[in-house]
Write a new protein. Sequence first.
Length: 115
Amino acid sequence: MRVKPQSISSKEMSQIRQSLEESSEIEEAAELYSLAGNTTRLKLLYLLDNMKELCVCDLAEMLGISVSGVCQHLAKLKAYGLVASRRDAQSIYYRLTDRAFNRQLRQDFFKQFQV
């Protein structure tokens, strides 16, 4: 015997649509996953998770890209609160913040890799 799919009323559909449109959490999650979906930025996050704190020049050398390229990626990550920086003389050091998204990456994703 087949089970008949549950029918959703137009009113319920409208309420669901409105809830989705008003959900800033879904919008923020989509932006964060899009941000971390870039290979270089994901590698940056991974390196900072494992090394705790690195200067821009070391990150550039490890990734094989220019310092300015690393800075552009870090600026995007910093704008979303995923990394924080500190200056020591001429060098700028970056580290991961304790944001929930970083904890989720660490728990669900980074632990499966070893470099």
